[in-house]
Design a protein around this ligand. Structure first.
Ligand code: EPZ
Length: 416
């Protein structure tokens, strides 16, 4: 059951609701380690990466319960500071646990994390930031051993506004003695969400969403009940699918200022978008003018996680678009698959030039990572004929039954 059979040529019509953000939930789950009380997290989506994170938390001694879509976690009795290698290697967010474990237990042993195969995914900024906070780190035999017995708040400057490194250092600093300032911090909405979650537990963090974040160390964090923000990447995926296939779709539970970079491009290309409260309605008779350019950048720039889905729309738009992927060095693995479907794309290093064609044709294709999988699903829906998409387990990492969502809007996708 790891393939999709997609019969293309359908439009999308109806109403769809966006779940909570994967990249918020994963960071917040790591932050639960900091709490000595009960944590209630609402609207937990069924993403494979979240399941893996819960397995890691349980291995550390956290008590994890699920009641419907509410997660109840209690990390007050954590007693293990070693993240199991076989679990850590499966997800990028396993490295986010380093900071909170050091905050609580003052020592940790982790291995290099896994994650989508979109680049080398180094963790040098994470480790350098923790060393600023007086964490002693030794790396041998592929293991990273950390001693935070003299953890201390300090000024940290990030060479690059890394999302994960910002989150890791924030969480390590929450229970440290003294004050920490992170300069050149990432500004993603998920970082603001993490700040709000930790402050609701009694933390003292200020400035998330700007490039300077201040964390004042506290002794203890208490219980909390929280609902993370909506997933802006899933919202953007649905918008790009509707623009590509044509139709009339209303997307609920969206914070549209989180994807303004995409919304302005869609409007500029002539798509009919109606923003109202937490809802966006897009009416499209099919692809229109090409975007012209896509530069992926840290927030609030165009999100790298929407680059594959945005590229698919360009393959059938009127005109040419130059796409530069500035964050990850090998995030064009969906391009050869789209060329098999008749797309006109030239790729050199981190740049792709896409010239719109009349139509794509169904083919057998492979998805290499989460967002490439979502993009190829959209390509299958707009193509003439049948597409077989392999390795769809990659899509399940960050979408809940994507085929069922699109089928509820009129698509024809079978998982087999
Ligand atoms: C987070 O990954 C997201 N994952 C990614 O989403 C997202 O693409 C990325 O942020 C950028 O927005 C989660 O939150 C779980 P980074 P992260 O550190 O933290 C370089 C998805 O599809 N870098 O901001 O790993 C790195 O190589 C996933 O949901 C270093 O050089 O991203 C990259 O070029 C994919 N050294 C750039 O920074 C480091 O120590 C951005 O990476 C860390 C990062």
């Amino acid at each position: 059951m790891d393939r999709f059979e997609i019969c293309g040529g359908t439009t999308l019509n109806g109403v769809v609701k966006v779940p909570c953000a994967k990249n918020s939930y994963l960071a917040i789950l790591a932050a639960c380690v900091l709490s000595s009380g009960e944590v209630y997290l609402h609207n937990c989506p069924k993403f494979d990466d979240i399941e893996k994170m819960l397995q890691i938390l349980s291995s550390l001694g956290c008590r994890v319960k699920r009641e419907e879509n509410i997660l109840i976690l209690n990390c007050s009795q954590i007693n293990n500071c070693v993240i199991p290698k076989e679990l850590a290697k499966k997800i990028r967010s396993s490295i986010f646990l380093l900071g909170p474990i050091l905050g609580r237990l003052k020592k940790a042993v982790v291995t290099y994390p896994g994650g989508c195969d979109i680049g080398s995914r180094p963790i040098d900024l994470h480790l350098k930031g923790l060393k600023y906070l007086n964490v002693k780190i030794t790396e041998k035999f592929g293991l990273i051993e950390c001693d935070a017995s003299s953890l201390m708040g300090e000024n940290v400057h990030l060479d690059y506004p890394s999302v994960g490194a910002t989150e890791n250092i924030m969480m390590a600093a929450v229970l440290a003695k003294g004050v920490t300032k992170i300069f050149n911090a990432a500004k993603e909405p998920e970082i603001v969400d993490l700040q709000n979650f930790i402050n609701k537990m009694g933390g003292k963090i200020y400035g998330a969403g700007t490039d300077t974040i201040t964390i004042i160390g506290v002794d203890k964090l208490s219980s909390v009940e929280y609902t993370p923000i909506p997933d802006r990447i899933i919202a953007g995926t649905y918008l790009l699918a509707t623009a590509s296939c044509g139709g009339d779709v209303t997307i609920k539970n969206v914070e549209y200022e989180h994807i303004y970079s995409l919304i302005t491009k869609l409007k500029y290309s002539g798509y009919d978008l109606n923003l109202k409260g937490d809802t966006i309605r897009l009416v499209s008779k099919g692809p229109k003018n090409a975007f012209g350019s896509i530069e992926t950048l840290p927030y609030p720039g165009f999100p790298t996680d929407l680059q594959p889905q945005g590229l698919v729309l360009q393959t059938v738009s009127n005109g040419t678009t130059i796409i530069r992927e500035n964050l990850f060095e090998t995030r064009f693995k969906h391009v050869p698959e789209l060329i098999k479907m008749g797309a006109n794309i030239i790729t050199r290093d981190r740049m792709s030039i896409v010239t719109g064609v009349k139509k794509l044709y169904g083919a057998e294709v492979y998805c290499s990572d989460l967002r490439a999988g979502a993009a190829l699903t959209i390509a299958g829906m707009i193509a003439e004929g049948k597409t077989i998409l392999n390795d769809v387990h990659n899509i399940d990492r960050g979408y809940e039954s994507l085929e069922e969502v699109f089928n509820s809007l009129g698509a024809n996708i079978k998982r087999f």
